[in-house]
Write a new protein. Structure first.
Ligand code: GRF
Length: 202
């Protein structure tokens, strides 16, 4: 299976995928990363891809007259690598109709909270501010909402009294990286069906 991974930041989730595939081998894992895309230049996630010798592309919103044109350009840049599965690993943009028309049902995202709690760009901060005792991470299929698609897997992380956002986020990411590697491998090696809000992995 061919994976295209989309990043916007440090790319440690991407790195976890690359390390797992290197360790277990493409055949055994069931997938290989064929390209990495981003919405901005100069991020560590792109540097990680380049160090791995992977093709990269950057699709910046400000380079396009409208959001729809950006969305179509992103879809085209991803499609050029003929992915079987697209993985958003810390990609911080909401994709639109064109992207979902082409990749809906094979586009997964990882979110650092237990959806439906704390969706959006500040899930870690929001859980902390709310006083949640446990939070975690969610790997889900992307639909036309924000962090609302069918849930594939979740991992629970305790919130500690002394936590600040970054300490909590780092603890979440330790669980998140393992969850994403496990889920992507499962989807790649097995067929799966999405039935309403249920994901059935064969
Ligand atoms: C991850 O926790 C992801 O869920 C969130 O941003 C973080 C990205 O981390 N959206 P990285 O870029 O994979 O290190």
């Amino acid at each position: 299976r061919r994976l295209v991974v989309l990043v916007s930041g440090s790319g440690t989730n991407l790195q976890a995928l690359l390390d797992e595939i290197a360790a277990t081998g493409t055949e055994a894992y069931g997938a290989e990363v064929v390209a990495v895309g981003a919405d901005r230049e100069g991020i560590e996630g792109l540097a990680r891809a380049e160090r791995a010798g992977l093709p990269t592309f950057v699709c910046r919103v400000k380079d396009h007259a409208t959001r729809e044109e950006w969305d179509a350009a992103l879809a085209g840049a991803v499609a050029a690598h003929e992915p079987d599965l697209v993985v958003s690993a810390g990609f911080m943009k909401i994709v639109g109709k064109e992207f979902l028309a082409r990749f809906g049902g094979r586009f997964v995202n990882t979110h650092p909270a237990l959806l439906p709690s704390f969706p959006g760009a500040h899930g870690v901060r929001d859980a902390l501010a709310y006083g949640a005792k446990v939070t975690g991470c969610t790997v889900h299929f992307v639909d036309d909402g924000v962090d609302t698609g069918p849930i594939i897997a979740q991992g629970v992380v305790e919130v500690r009294d002394e936590d600040d956002e970054s300490a909590l986020h780092e603890r979440i990411k330790e669980v998140e990286r393992r969850l994403l590697v496990e889920v992507v491998g499962l989807l790649a090696r097995n067929g799966y069906r999405i039935e309403g809000r249920k994901v059935v992995i064969q």
